[in-house]
Design a protein around this ligand. Structure first.
Ligand code: SF4
Length: 88
C-alpha cells in the first residue's frame, strides 16, 4: 500500500506560508517564511487537510506524491488561481 508524501517545489514557492497555516501539523516555516516539511509522510487522518493545502497553493508548489512512485504526483482537483491568490 502506498502512502502520500508532501513535496515542496522550491523553484515555484514564494514563501508566503499559506500552506503552513493550513497544515501546521506537518509544515513549519523557516526563518525566511518558506515551508519546511517536518514529516513528509502524511498520516491517514491528515490526508484531507494535506490535499486541501495542495489545492490552496496559488503557485502549485506544494504537491502530494505517492511513496511507491515519487515521480508521480497524486491527482488533486485544480485550485482557483484568482481565489487562492486572494487568500494567500
Ligand atoms: S502555499 Fe505554496 S507558494 Fe505558498 S508557501 Fe506554501 S508551497 Fe509556497
Amino acid at each position: 500500500m502506498s502512502t502520500d508524501r508532501l513535496h515542496v517545489d522550491w523553484t515555484r514557492c514564494d514563501g508566503r506560508g499559506l500552506c503552513t497555516e493550513l497544515l501546521p501539523e506537518l509544515l513549519d516555516r523557516d526563518e525566511w517564511g518558506y515551508p519546511v516539511v517536518r514529516d513528509p509522510h502524511v498520516p491517514r487522518a491528515l490526508r484531507r487537510d494535506a490535499r486541501d493545502a495542495v489545492r490552496a497553493c496559488p503557485l502549485r508548489a506544494l504537491r502530494l506524491v505517492t511513496a511507491s512512485d515519487p515521480s508521480q504526483p497524486v491527482r488533486v482537483a485544480p485550485h482557483s488561481p484568482a481565489g487562492s491568490r486572494a487568500a494567500h
